[in-house]
Design a protein around this ligand. Sequence first.
Ligand code: NAD
Length: 476
Amino acid sequence: MSDVTEKDKELVAGLMARARAAQKEFEANFTDQDQLYEIAQHIAWVGFKYAEEIADMAVRESRMGKYESKVAKMQTKMRGNIRDLKNAKTVGVVEEWPEKGLTRMVKPVGVIGAIIPCTNPEATPFLKGMNAIICRDAIIMSPHPRTAGTNKFCCDLMRKVLKKFGAPEDLVLSIDEPTLGASQELMAQCDLVLATGGSGLVKAAYSSGTPAYGVGAGNAVVIVDETADLDDVANKVYMSKTFDNATSCSSENSLVVQEDVYDELLAKLQAKHGLLCNEEQQEKLRQMMFLPTGHYNGKKGFAGATPEKIAELAGITDMPEGTEFFIVRENPKTPDEIGSFEYPFGGEKLCVVLNVFKYKDFQTAIDIVNACHRFSGLGHSCGIHTKREDRVMELSAKTYTSRVMVNQPVCLANSGSFTNGMPFTLSLGCGTWGGNSASENITYKQCLNNTWVARPCKEDKPADEVLFGKAMESDL
Ligand code: NAD
């Protein structure tokens, strides 16, 4: 907490007072569920309508990602989140169990402190904003210092929507000159933290003393077995890996490929504009990208960069024109060697470098997934391309991830898709495995408090013989 200055404290106290007043007024006067949904629809619409301006600004400010991907992301996420809010009940009584005499009522949590990642500065404010407003919360967004302009632009659009409905504009506020200290102070003063970012941020969120949903680093590791449709795999991995220059926490970081289909899949990935690195090229990437611990070096400027920029940073002078991603190969003697400066590529890389492992038997593939995650991104996501449902279930049972994506491009599937059942989000809980309190996609549901109304009901107290069963006869 040493980064916090008096100026940060004053700034945040001022924003909190405005947000608090706006939230109380909104809670008292906006109680119609249909109207709240309509406000959310307008927020989704302005995000959709201004997707191009926002994407352009986000790429220029963050110096990460791709304009076309960010436009597509804005449009998909706006459609998806508002779809998910269609029947959301966020006011008053939402559930009743007459036989138990129970009623569940929901209420706002108050003022949310939202920490916005540099890798995703365009769509995150809208999703968090939409979810907060439909739950009648106020929200203060703290962006990464580099993307302050994008964040302000997004917040101003949402404020315009609120004004149109006669709602207090201060329900959505932004920190326009963000600092680490201001972000920490916001987390200390608000009622609930929604922190999206890497492990440093998540630790800071949980240390703030405020209830928090921190969602941590990703490192999607995906098995490809010998039954998979390899053309389909190559296409999906290509789409997902190159989307937004792999800034997503859900981007495929490593494939774990069965040895009988390994060469064929590599050939198909090369045909999808992947450069299969030779030893010298791979070594140059390794030396440039990683710290002695094996973790990626965030200061080198390759996160979310174009392939040309990555080649320049690594000193690779023979990258063929048209290359869209790099393919590296790691073959440690045992999975335990994964996650060191010698074998660093199994961790999160936040860039268009795809690592490929080879395996013989399925248990080894699972061991590799677990070894990668022990090193980086535990609890976030893994995937499998297979025709064997038994392997889907075996992988799901034996790994420590909150999401297992089956025959899908991970980054276009695990945070919501129109062709699977995952709820839309940009904040993916990683469970206790990843140091998080939630192991699900964070949605509007986390922006509400419950009030449980309990009346006396018919007694429900089974006999002890039923409750304790054979345990009552034991000699313990
Ligand atoms: P980052 O953690 O560096 O920063 C995220 C935000 O937190 C920024 O606004 C930053 O200013 C702030 N911040 C960072 N450290 C802080 C601290 N100690 N105290 C207060 N504020 C702090 O992340 P990034 O580079 O923007 O994003 C990349 C990382 O985030 C990757 O590891 C990625 O996997 C992860 N991520 C995860 C999810 C998810 O849903 N699980 C989503 C996006 C990004």
